[in-house]
Design a protein around this ligand. Structure first.
Ligand SMILES: Cc1cc2nc3c(=O)[nH]c(=O)nc-3n(C[C@H](O)[C@H](O)[C@H](O)COP(=O)(O)O)c2cc1C
Length: 264
């Protein structure tokens, strides 16, 4: 039997995650879609991860009543409606106008936690007052530990009480899709530019109102000209270099105050 997914552009009509994905891919220019979905090199690890996750199954519990199950849990001190935390993803502002805020608000409304990435495009200090529960903050421990400390301090000043330290980027993966889409940092290839022009809705919603989003939480620490979220490569070079020493240092500096941290 051939299956037919919703083929339109209105995300409100999508009935499943797969349909939302298709609506998003129709809307996004290729360089963004490939950033979002692409893995490193031949994507072997990506396929392996997916197939392992697909093998995990729920074991349903029978004859336990018909009421709505209570899924609420306290995680790192936050009372959540479900044991779910939105993982940090960078560059959300390049995918949807103020994409970080949209995700954070949706999480807040559902009573789950949201993690704002180091390479996000919305300032934590402006985001937290708009939420019932402050966002969690994710840190890529930087080569320059003083800068890491200052980023952590800023997150605390912004009212953040949870730090997620990412340790699985000791070196950058070879993201060949990005290499094909850019001539050099900040400079899309000619074919990517042509493709962008074929996505006027993305262009007018994301790029035209205020120009390319910036790395709102680390812009002040980046070299001049690398603050734009189009500067994938230069930002990545600055942030790469998580080591266990740097991770535990970040975790310790957070721990000086009565807050909590997790290693991701
Ligand atoms: C497009 C994309 C961007 C991501 N950006 C970040 C990031 O900025 N910081 C981080 O710690 N992890 C980042 N991750 C990793 C995710 O937080 C998460 O750990 C990973 O996607 C595995 O979860 P999943 O199986 O639900 O996708 C990113 C993942 C994706 C797919």
């Amino acid at each position: 039997m051939s299956r037919r997914y919703y083929a339109g552009r209105d995300h409100r009509r999508a009935v499943s995650v797969e349909e939302l994905r298709r609506v998003a891919l129709r809307r996004l220019p290729r360089f963004e879609a490939e950033y979002l979905e692409g893995g490193a090199e031949d994507e072997v690890a990506l396929r392996r991860n997916r197939s392992i996750l697909e093998r995990i199954a729920w074991v349903p519990r029978m004859l336990v009543g018909t009421g709505i199950p209570d899924l609420s849990r306290r995680i790192l001190g936050d009372a959540l409606q479900m044991p779910l935390v939105i993982a940090p993803t960078g560059f959300n502002g390049m995918l949807w106008p103020e994409g970080d805020l949209a995700l954070a608000r949706a999480a807040d409304a559902a009573g789950i936690a949201f993690t704002l990435s180091t390479v996000s495009n919305y300032a934590l200090g402006a985001m937290n007052p708009q939420l019932k529960t402050p966002a969690w903050f994710q840190l890529y421990p930087l080569k320059d530990t003083k800068t890491s400390d200052r980023i952590v301090d800023k997150a605390q000043e912004a009212g953040c009480t949870k730090l997620v330290v990412t340790v699985d980027v000791p070196a950058l993966g070879a993201r060949e899709w990005d290499q094909r889409n850019y001539r050099r940092p900040l400079k899309l290839s000619a074919s990517s530019i042509l493709d962008v022009l074929m996505h006027p809705r993305w262009l007018t919603q994301v790029m035209l109102p205020k120009g390319a989003p910036t790395f709102a939480n680390i812009a002040e620490f980046l070299p001049a000209g690398a603050q734009s979220a189009l500067a994938t490569a230069s930002c990545s070079a600055t942030t790469a270099g998580a080591s266990s020493t740097r991770a535990s240092r970040a975790s310790r500096s957070w721990g000086r105050s009565p807050r909590q941290s997790a290693i991701a």
